[in-house]
Design a protein around this ligand. Structure first.
Ligand SMILES: [Zn+2]
Length: 315
């Protein structure tokens, strides 16, 4: 598996680099494709862009009669995604699955034909219709207003289909299973499983190997539920080897995903123990260290503080 992932990068990175040069947009990061199966690709940002770059990782799934995408990055990246797809196949894009509502995962939905079938969890559909969404207005000089992307005439790009617990799309080699296990990063996070490729897109329930951003404020996410939702997903999903994370620049493994739950729930446990012992948030943070078994995971200071504070407050 590792070997095929590396080969995929070498083959397609050159292709996408050419697209970026032709595009002549100096402010844009070239997108890098990682091949995770014969017909499944993770379209990431340039390896050097660890932050937002073009937004979340997009999955490109080439099926018998069309292409399904998972997540559409930041507004303005539709042509970059389409260019990537066209290097792989002439088949039409028929389906977009958004893992959750955020602007860096749904931003280019409206840049694809309105005939494309958009599928999300029912709470994400509600969030996309909301006036109070996390719309990324603080990024790129406030130029991104994702809430406005689905208003007025653009309401036709709102989701066409929703689900509450599970949903299966397509069949045979094209089968995609969608799962919802509860609140976490938002209140509508979908785990997308490509059955034959034994691969799962986690969205921002596993963005990278570090503590999560928890959108408690505008999308009803929950620090206290986040760890439970990870555990339910690990117990309820089987047959996955490879994971496409929300933002990590490379694909990860099922074991990384399982370990992420362990890493997060260790913070949950230490916060509960500290609070029960009458300690403050500052004291809990000061005594925290990443357990040795999760040494490849990062607890950045700001993320640790917000996570512990939310847990402490029962949010
Ligand atoms: Zn997000």
């Amino acid at each position: 598996m590792r070997r095929s992932i590396c080969l995929g990068v070498l083959t397609l990175a050159g292709v996408f680099a050419t697209i970026a040069v032709n595009d002549a947009r100096q402010d844009r990061a070239a997108l890098t494709a990682h091949r995770v199966a014969d017909n499944l690709f993770m379209l990431a940002n340039a390896p050097s862009v660890q932050g937002m770059g073009g937004g979340g990782n997009t999955a490109i799934f080439v099926m018998a009669n069309g292409v399904a995408l998972v997540d559409t990055k930041i507004k303005g990246y539709g042509q970059d995604i389409l260019g990537g797809v066209r290097e792989l196949t002439d088949k039409p894009i028929t389906t977009i699955i958004n893992t959750h509502t955020h602007w860096d995962h749904t931003g280019s939905n409206a840049e694809f034909p309105d005939t494309v079938d958009i599928v999300v969890h029912e709470n994400t559909a509600a969030n996309l219709r909301s006036d109070d969404c996390d719309d990324g207005a603080g990024f790129q000089g406030g130029s991104i207003k994702n809430c406005d992307s689905f208003k007025g005439d653009n309401a036709r790009f709102l989701p066409d289909r929703t689900f509450s617990d599970t949903m299966t799309l397509f069949g045979g080699a094209d089968q995609i299973d969608l799962f919802y296990f509860g609140r976490g990063h938002t209140d509508g996070d979908t785990f997308v499983v490509f059955r034959e490729a034994r691969t799962m897109h986690t969205g921002d329930m596993f963005a990278r190997k570090g503590l999560p951003y928890l959108d408690v404020a505008s999308s009803n996410g929950s620090a206290t539920e986040f760890g439970k939702t990870l555990e339910k997903a690990a117990a309820g999903i089987s047959g996955v080897d490879t994971v496409i994370p929300g933002h990590n620049p490379t694909p990860l493994t099922w074991q990384d995903f399982v370990d992420y739950g362990g890493f997060y729930n260790d913070v949950v446990m230490k916060t509960a123990q500290g609070k029960a012992a009458g300690r403050t948030v500052d004291q809990i943070i000061a005594s925290y260290s990443v357990p040795g078994q999760f040494s490849d995971f990062v607890a950045a200071d700001d993320r640790l503080r917000t996570t512990v504070q939310y847990l402490y407050d029962g949010q």
